[in-house]
Design a protein around this ligand. Structure first.
Ligand SMILES: NC(=O)c1ccc[n+]([C@@H]2O[C@H](COP(=O)([O-])OP(=O)(O)OC[C@H]3O[C@@H](n4cnc5c(N)ncnc54)[C@H](O)[C@@H]3O)[C@@H](O)[C@H]2O)c1
Length: 251
């Protein structure tokens, strides 16, 4: 898709995993907030119009991560923020043969996508911009469930990767944060099978009694990358309807 030229100070964001339900919500929120946006995914995307560039790439490789940043800058002239959503989910229980090898793949791919995304974005962030990066951990990085061990482990690691990156790049004025999203409602039966299968029962454990809307997570991500969050770095903000505040007892 050909992207239009932008005014010099239009803020520019790249969103990895842009073809996901949350990615689409984040892109829509940022476009509405006046950003030009590059959406990157390893699946061809059919996304929103406006100041929006669609790139196909694998953020788990150094080559594609760097290319995504340089193409964004070549198109829009600058880069202010990166939102790193790209990941793969779902791992089988440890008591299933072969699960460790599968988990190793998931762990490496999810961590590489974030680590390489941060590394590449840092080099591209404009010096006169608000220089911020947000990744998506999950309540799965704060609480565990049976079975899905490698996904949980990748999200826990992501929390520390974000802390460490925030410390590494603070002196350069770059903020790095994480959103730990609760389970997000999905309308499309092909999307978010966990929400489709377990959403109704799981909602009973959530103090706000429902799953998240994609737009509610996107709103917090948009805040965290914006200058309004200028003193926030190295944190993981739970956006989970109160799930992780609760010990589970009901009186
Ligand atoms: N949906 C939820 O309920 C939920 C809850 C908590 C956290 N999250 C997190 O939010 C983010 C988005 O979630 P979602 O459910 O909307 O996404 P999703 O899992 O439906 O889609 C992820 C997208 O990222 C792409 N992708 C994966 N690896 C990639 C790579 N290496 N390079 C480029 N693209 C890649 C996939 O093709 C896919 O389009 C994820 O990080 C997820 O862990 C989601």
């Amino acid at each position: 898709m050909a992207a239009e030229a932008v005014k010099p100070r239009t803020p520019v964001a790249m969103v990895t995993g842009g073809n996901s339900p949350l990615g689409r919500a984040v892109i829509a929120r940022l476009l509405a907030n006046g950003y030009a946006v590059a959406g990157i995914d390893d699946n061809p995307t059919d996304l929103l119009g406006g100041q929006h560039l669609v790139l196909v790439g694998d953020m788990g490789t150094e080559h594609d991560s760097r290319l995504a940043i340089s193409q964004t800058i070549n198109t829009f002239g600058r880069l202010d923020s990166a939102v790193l959503l790209a990941d793969i989910g779902g791992s089988r229980a440890l008591n299933v043969p072969g699960t460790v090898a599968e988990g190793e793949h998931l762990l490496a791919r999810n961590l590489n996508s974030i680590a390489l995304g941060i590394q590449a974005a840092v080099e591209g962030l404009s010096l006169d911009g608000h220089r911020s990066i947000v990744a998506t951990a999950s309540v799965a990085g704060l609480l565990a469930d049976p079975g899905n061990w490698a996904y949980h482990a990748s999200k826990i690691a992501m929390i520390d990767l974000v802390r460490s990156s925030a410390l590494t790049y603070a002196a350069r004025g770059i903020r790095v944060n994480n959103v730990a999203s609760g389970l997000v409602r999905a309308d499309d039966p092909n999307e978010n099978p966990v929400a489709q299968t377990f959403g109704r029962d799981f909602s009973r454990r959530i103090p706000l009694c429902r799953l998240a809307e994609p737009a509610e997570i996107a709103e917090v991500i948009a805040f965290l990358i914006s200058p309004a969050a200028s003193y926030v770095t190295g944190t993981t903000l739970a956006v989970d309807g109160g799930l992780t505040a609760s010990a589970g007892l009901v009186f």
